[in-house]
Design a protein around this ligand. Sequence first.
Ligand code: NAP
Length: 262
Amino acid sequence: MRHVLILGGTTEGRSLAEALVAGAPPGTSERPRNDVVYPLRVTSSLAGRVARPVLPPGEVRVGGFGGAQGLAAWLREHDVDALIDATHPFAETMTAHAALAAATCHVPLLRLRRPGWVPVEGDDWRPVASLEAAAQALADGPWERVFLTTGRMGLAVFAHLDRLRFLVRSVDPPEPPYPRLLDTVLDRGPFTLHGERELLRQYAIDVVVTKDSGGAATAAKLAAAREAGLPVVMVRRPATPEGVETAASVAGAFDWLRRRFA
Ligand code: NAP
């Protein structure tokens, strides 16, 4: 039986597991079950950051592997035939480990990464290279109330900005260190334009900070900021490791696997 390991923690990772377990590309009722691809063993790996994650179908393992070497050992031990790195575009360490481990074990690797956001007319984006640069932009800027949507894990970088009031939204409550003046909304996407408008209004936000995560689930904040004429400090994505094949959609990843196994 072929074994596919999906490094997940994203909507795409879950959708791919669903499609592979169902035996049909996303959005179709096609059943390409054949002796070449199926039966297929599908394992999803989650980092274990979220207390109650939405679990994908198939097998699920939770927690780190212990670096690139640990991942390589796991790939060997569990006879993995293909590795799909469907982690978040900003999960840079895991992506680097996946590239290293796949090369070591000669396991085919695909990086599934949703496209980044593209500004449209009316957007006032301020691109920065890192979370640290975003914090510097806030320190230098004229703003007072920040909607910070870069995830609860990166809050320490903003902890010294005592003058600013932050609104942070996350699935689980943030843990210190974090900024002194902090409002927290516990919620899980997708988010609506109506909801984002209300948040910006209710908390009198004057700047939004986000990573260029891409995808529809969290894009409404960008439209809400555009409507309100607010600037968005946009953290650019890290690059994909050189030489790694990529797909921009779940359908693309599904096709890649089919071709690999054919
Ligand atoms: P990261 O900084 O790239 O990785 C740090 C360590 O976490 C890795 O070295 C690995 O530990 C472990 N890890 C990460 N993803 C894993 C996975 N899918 N399965 C098993 N172990 C994993 O990762 P991160 O940015 O903290 O992201 C952690 C998880 O949250 C990922 O699943 C990612 O898709 C998801 N996520 C991240 C973001 C974000 O903005 N970064 C946003 C939404 C969701 P070992 O070295 O011990 O193997």
